[in-house]
Design a binder for this molecule. Structure first.
Ligand code: SF4
Length: 345
């Protein structure tokens, strides 16, 4: 750990226990960690969300991966932070999450349903290198015979692959990596804090080499920037070559409060596209059915060509889907983001 300027405090975050400590460190320039003692670790997902998991754990809130399109941004406003720069830099750390989880898993009422990690903020964001919360969570889930699924962009996952391999001898463990583009320049502005695409290809390779079916979330596909046939072909080819078993793709939605943050990025970086986005998304924040059909016509043949129709669902649920799929149309405006956001906290 780098030098730490730890300040004790008892300022409350809404819905959270008191902040035990606020930390800045030279290792994480511009980032403030708010260490909290959480009251619960498991979040119940409402049945209405129709997601392939019933419980989630979010050891962190906020995410230094800083993806401009991140739908979880709005959840930071519940903590009275903003959904823009604060989401990227004001990171809430549930330092006691593993101990609280063990207590919850001991309850007689616990049915051992699958627990998903990485469905809102990334459990292997850079903070995990400092706080090491995931080994305790994985151990608690495995010891209680609770299946788990993990979705991440974080190469830190590699550190825990041996632990996950051991857990997989006891319970179903599903591992998915999020990667929707290969262009390093686009990555640098669109998801500036996340590991580079090449590093995530290496992560997919490592996950597969550790014996897991590695599912890839190729999402979101960004209209007019990452949806051309050459980019999609390169992406599908690269993940297949790295050993991915399947792909789930879906286009960017702009249904939540992250819409303004993303559109500000678009205006700064690709002003010529702003008018086309207005036409494509209208007031609904969803791409048109014609666009979806157009994207499907590109991705389905690629999945077939590169053998990405594996069925990881056979051994357990993946984080947000299973075999290759162009995710279904949300049922109503904002439904997908709302379902997820409502599910996770
Ligand atoms: S890695 Fe996931 S949680 Fe983190 S900012 Fe990107 S989309 Fe959001």
């Amino acid at each position: 750990m780098g030098a730490t300027d730890g300040r004790s405090g008892t300022a409350a975050l809404p819905g959270m226990a008191d902040v035990a400590r606020t930390v800045t460190t030279s290792e994480f320039e511009g980032v403030t960690f708010h260490e909290v003692l959480c009251k619960s670790a498991l979040n119940h997902v409402p049945a209405a969300a129709s997601l392939p998991f019933t419980w989630t754990i979010n050891p962190y809130r906020g995410c230094t991966h800083a993806c401009t399109y991140c739908f979880a941004r709005a959840t930071h406003e519940y903590l009275e932070f903003d959904a823009g720069a604060d989401f990227d830099s004001q990171i809430v750390v549930k330092t006691n999450v593993a101990a609280v989880l063990r207590r919850e898993l001991r309850r007689a009422s616990w049915k051992g349903e699958t627990v998903a990690l990485g469905t809102n903020t990334d459990p292997y964001q850079r903070a995990e290198g400092r706080y090491r919360l995931m080994p305790g969570i994985i151990g608690a889930l495995a010891d209680s015979r609770t299946p788990m699924s993990i979705l991440t962009k974080g190469t830190l996952l590699q550190r825990d692959l041996p632990l996950l391999a051991t857990a997989a001898t006891m319970v179903p463990v599903s591992v998915s990596v999020s990667l929707a583009l290969l262009d390093p320049e686009l990555h640098a502005t669109l998801e500036p804090g996340a590991p580079k695409p090449a590093a995530r290809i290496a992560l997919i390779r490592a996950v597969a080499a550790a014996g897991f079916d590695c599912h890839v979330m190729a999402a979101p596909i960004i209209p007019y920037l990452t949806d051309d046939i050459a980019s999609l072909r390169a992406l599908f080819a690269a993940v297949a070559e790295a050993g991915a078993s399947g792909v789930t793709a879906f286009p960017l939605n702009l249904t939540g409060r992250y819409r303004g943050w993303f559109l500000a990025w678009l205006t700064r970086n690709h002003p010529a596209l702003v008018r086309r986005y207005r036409t494509l998304y209208g007031s609904s924040g969803l791409v048109s059915p014609e666009y979806r059909a157009h994207l499907r016509a590109r991705t389905e043949p690629l999945a077939e060509e590169f053998g990405l129709n594996g069925d990881p669902l056979a051994d357990g649920p993946t984080a947000l889907g299973g075999r290759y799929a162009l995710a279904p149309e949300p049922r109503s405006r904002g439904a997908t983001a709302a379902m997820l956001q409502g599910a996770l906290f």
